[in-house]
Ligand binder design. Structure first.
Ligand SMILES: *[C@@H]1O[C@H](CO)[C@@H](O)[C@H](O)[C@H]1NC(C)=O
Ligand SMILES: *[C@@H]1O[C@H](CO)[C@@H](O)[C@H](O)[C@H]1NC(C)=O
Ligand SMILES: *[C@@H]1O[C@H](CO)[C@@H](O)[C@H](O)[C@H]1NC(C)=O
Ligand SMILES: *[C@@H]1O[C@H](CO)[C@@H](O)[C@H](O)[C@H]1NC(C)=O
Ligand SMILES: *[C@@H]1O[C@H](CO)[C@@H](O)[C@H](O)[C@H]1NC(C)=O
Ligand SMILES: *[C@@H]1O[C@H](CO)[C@@H](O)[C@H](O)[C@H]1NC(C)=O
Ligand SMILES: *[C@@H]1O[C@H](CO)[C@@H](O)[C@H](O)[C@H]1NC(C)=O
Ligand SMILES: *[C@@H]1O[C@H](CO)[C@@H](O)[C@H](O)[C@H]1NC(C)=O
Ligand SMILES: *[C@@H]1O[C@H](CO)[C@@H](O)[C@H](O)[C@H]1NC(C)=O
Ligand SMILES: *[C@@H]1O[C@H](CO)[C@@H](O)[C@H](O)[C@H]1NC(C)=O
Ligand SMILES: *[C@@H]1O[C@H](CO)[C@@H](O)[C@H](O)[C@H]1NC(C)=O
Ligand SMILES: *[C@@H]1O[C@H](CO)[C@@H](O)[C@H](O)[C@H]1NC(C)=O
Length: 622
């Protein structure tokens, strides 16, 4: 395994917390410590207290919970967001948590993710077209997870690239050999994920809650940030980043497609396979905090916390929960309340979450800081209703005098503190943060000790304390480029995916001549049923009778009742593959295998996609 011990030097500064309410400050300081330790506890190699088969070094468990729900897996997104937090802690000067060095944690993450990038999984392979990078989750021992799932999830590679660039930043700040080391070890890892982003940003995928297939504001902001940072890093390392040239198109897409003018909010998802949702949700706020750059201007790409659209969304989202959860007691603004993912949520009965309540605080700490840094606060027709809730004298205008600026931003911080106090109210004495808060009783519920809940507390506490991550390029020349007429572009990176370093990557062969076969199944399914494929080729599980089957298809051109299930698979050219379709009834957990065996003659590697369209008849499931 690669050891980066030489990369990091020592840098020690004390962690400091300050604010306006000493009681709240004390609570936050204590909960910060518990939360950082709680996140580290859930990482393989960093502690021995997790019973059963522990996670591999660097694998971030979503939660140690194994039943109701089983979260004993590692998700690419959650892992990257956790490590973005951990890396920022390193940059802020936090060296150790308990006996564990954060530097070692970063080394583990690097090795684990370098490996995972290349693991063949139900989303596809690494070589040659990178589709496997979009796989959302793996077993915590870094092996593929084969069950039906909302896949791919295109935010994962974007956040992972961003996290690698943050680790590179930490290295730069500590080590004089950084440019050579970063170029050699980190750039290939970063570029693999950026290639994926450039190639697939324009395709639909699942949202961060793994339910909606479409284009998510959260994922799209993550993709934009990754590509802009990629341009900045490429310049720093004398490299080129071809996929990064997609960024102006993503900026255009973000600016023009997600704003609901009538409702005055950013839509959580567009082009979605859901018709019964308002698309009011906290995920645009989560997208915003992960795109936060203290140096950015508020009008940049409609995604910074101080942007009027984001603040307007804050109001619409919070208001949607005021009368929805009994524990909120129909409280009106400026009272903060417990906030969930989106109002139509039914998961575990539909409850507030710690993450989504904390984001309502963090986005306001960020926005207030940006206004103060700029020296001006702008109130416009879009943000007026938000400001009037918390500052009744608010009027449309630009305010630069220090007294008015202080009045507005103090009101924002006080409101933000209210959301932290809601979290405090519903946190048990030992500080454990679950996933959810029971909307009726206020008891913690769903998964225990959720890593993302802990990470969300740490980042909110740091922003409140005035600690901001390094600028990621939001003010760079690259970010000033926004295409004015959006087009459905993409960067074709097929054959450009290169594993990071040979001694770490598994022994995958890279035949130069492969053929993409698109298996399409013309069969109408109901919700709760899935289509699989099995075959004698290893990529299809290696056996026609494999039970359970492993290659699950995803719905393609989705309509309400007639999805075309499909999956692309890259085979060696000019080979023959035998396969069968399998129908799964997820509710009854039964599989029905076709009686007949099908054969496909895989063609030459001529660059054309070979389409195989079948209309199977399934026997009754047994
Ligand atoms: C200060 O914070 C504590 C703990 O969150 C809270 O109970 C109290 O009401 C706050 N005081 C003020 C003046 O906001
Ligand atoms: C990885 O973990 C899964 C789930 O616990 C288990 O089924 C599998 O056997 C493990 N694989 C290896 C190689 O340890
Ligand atoms: C990039 O090129 C410049 C000019 O040739 C050189 O000074 C710098 O060290 C190079 N940086 C890296 C990371 O190779
Ligand atoms: C936009 O908001 C309006 C008003 O709340 C709502 O009726 C409409 O359905 C929303 N549009 C979309 C695309 O969700
Ligand atoms: C709170 O609001 C809900 C929905 O608008 C309403 O049904 C309920 O009666 C209200 N409760 C109280 C105590 O006002
Ligand atoms: C929340 O509490 C209520 C009342 O005790 C209970 O009926 C419900 O099942 C709880 N919900 C969850 C998700 O635990
Ligand atoms: C302040 O914000 C405005 C509007 O976003 C921007 O035009 C201006 O350049 C910013 N000024 C500073 C000093 O950041
Ligand atoms: C700021 O708020 C205080 C208290 O509400 C008020 O007295 C003062 O006039 C405000 N200052 C400005 C410049 O609005
Ligand atoms: C923390 O307290 C909760 C609620 O009392 C409990 O369920 C949980 O097991 C405790 N966690 C630890 C680590 O002690
Ligand atoms: C913001 O920009 C200033 C220079 O204008 C720079 O010194 C500072 O480091 C930047 N902040 C961050 C967080 O990068
Ligand atoms: C801006 O984007 C356009 C279109 O993608 C591209 O042709 C141009 O080179 C970009 N300019 C800069 C300065 O990045
Ligand atoms: C992408 O490039 C590969 C390799 O050149 C080619 O085989 C494939 O057809 C291209 N895909 C698209 C969608 O253009």
């Amino acid at each position: 395994m690669l050891r980066l011990t030489v990369v990091f030097g020592l840098l020690a500064t004390a962690y400091a917390q300050y604010g306006q309410n000493a009681t709240l400050d004390n609570y936050i300081a204590a909960q910060y410590n518990i939360s950082l330790a709680g996140a580290i506890q859930n990482i393989g190699g960093m502690n021995n207290s997790i019973v059963g088969d522990g996670p591999s070094p660097g694998a971030v468990l979503a939660s140690p919970s194994t039943v109701n729900p089983n979260y004993f897996y590692t998700w690419t997104r959650d892992s990257a967001l956790t490590y973005l937090m951990i890396t920022d802690e390193l940059i802020f000067g936090t060296e150790k948590v308990g006996n564990n060095s954060l530097q070692v944690a970063a080394e583990y993450y690097t090795a684990a993710q370098a490996f995972l990038q290349t693991v063949t999984n139900p989303s596809g392979t690494f070589w040659p077209a990178g589709e496997g990078l979009g796989e959302p989750k793996f077993y915590s021992n870094l092996t593929r997870f084969n069950d039906a799932w909302g896949r791919p999830q295109n935010d994962g590679p974007a956040f992972r690239a961003t996290t690698f660039m943050e680790i590179a930043e930490a290295i730069y700040q500590r080590n004089p050999n950084a440019p050579r080391l970063v170029a050699q070890y980190y750039w290939p890892l970063i570029l693999a994920d950026l290639n994926y982003v450039g190639q697939y940003w324009n395709t639909s995928s699942y949202d961060p809650w793994e339910e909606v297939n479409g284009n998510s504001f959260f994922s799209t902001t993550a993709q934009y940030r990754a590509l802009i940072s990629g341009s900045v890093w490429a310049e720093r390392l004398n490299q080129t980043c071809k996929p990064c040239e997609q960024a102006p198109e993503i900026a255009c897409f973000l600016k023009n497609n997600f704003w609901n003018e009538t409702g005055n909010y950013l839509l959580a998802n567009i082009n979605a396979n859901q018709v019964n949702r308002s698309q009011i949700g906290t995920d645009p706020l989560l997208g915003s905090i992960h795109a936060f750059d203290i140096n950015a201007t508020c009008d940049a790409t409609s995604m910074q916390p101080c942007n009027s659209r984001v603040l307007a969304t804050h109001k619409v989202v919070v208001d949607s929960f005021r009368n929805l959860y009994p524990i909120n007691d129909n409280a009106t603004a400026p009272s903060a309340v417990a906030v969930g993912r989106y109002p139509e949520d039914t998961y575990y009965g539909g409850n507030p979450w710690y993450i989504t309540t904390l984001v309502c605080a963090e986005v306001l700490y960020d926005a207030a800081a940006q206004f103060r840094k700029n020296g001006t606060i702008t109130v416009d027709n879009t943000s007026l209703a938000f400001f009037q809730d918390i500052y009744p004298d608010a009027k449309v205008g630009n305010y630069s005098d220090s007294a008015t600026l202080a009045n507005y931003t103090n009101a924002m911080i006080k409101y933000a503190d209210g959301f932290v106090q809601v979290v405090e109210k519903y946190t048990p004495a030992n500080g454990t943060l679950n996933e959810q808060i029971n909307k009726t009783t206020g008891e913690p519920t769903s998964a225990i000790a959720l890593t993302w809940s802990f990470a969300a507390f740490v980042t909110a506490a740091e922003r409140r304390a005035g600690k901001y991550p390094p600028s990621w390029g939001a003010t760079s020349d690259y970010a000033s480029n926004v295409t004015s007429n959006c087009s459905a572009s993409s960067y074709n990176a097929t054959y450009s995916y290169v594993p990071a370093y040979a001694d770490l990557a598994p022994n995958i062969s890279m035949p130069l001549c492969m053929k993409e076969v698109l298996f399409i199944c013309n069969y109408s399914t109901k919700p709760g049923t899935n289509i699989y494929i099995v075959g004698d080729n290893e990529l299809l599980g290696g056996s026609l009778s494999l039970d359970p089957p492993i290659e699950v298809l995803r719905p393609g051109n989705i309509t309400a009742d007639y999805p075309w299930w499909n999956t692309p698979v890259w085979f060696n050219a000019s080979t023959t593959v035998e396969y069968k379709w399998v129908l799964q009834n997820q509710t009854a957990m039964t599989f029905a295998y076709e009686n007949m065996t099908r054969t496909v003659d895989v063609g030459q590697c001529d660059g054309e996609v070979q389409r195989v369209l079948d209309s199977p008849a399934f026997p009754s499931p047994n």
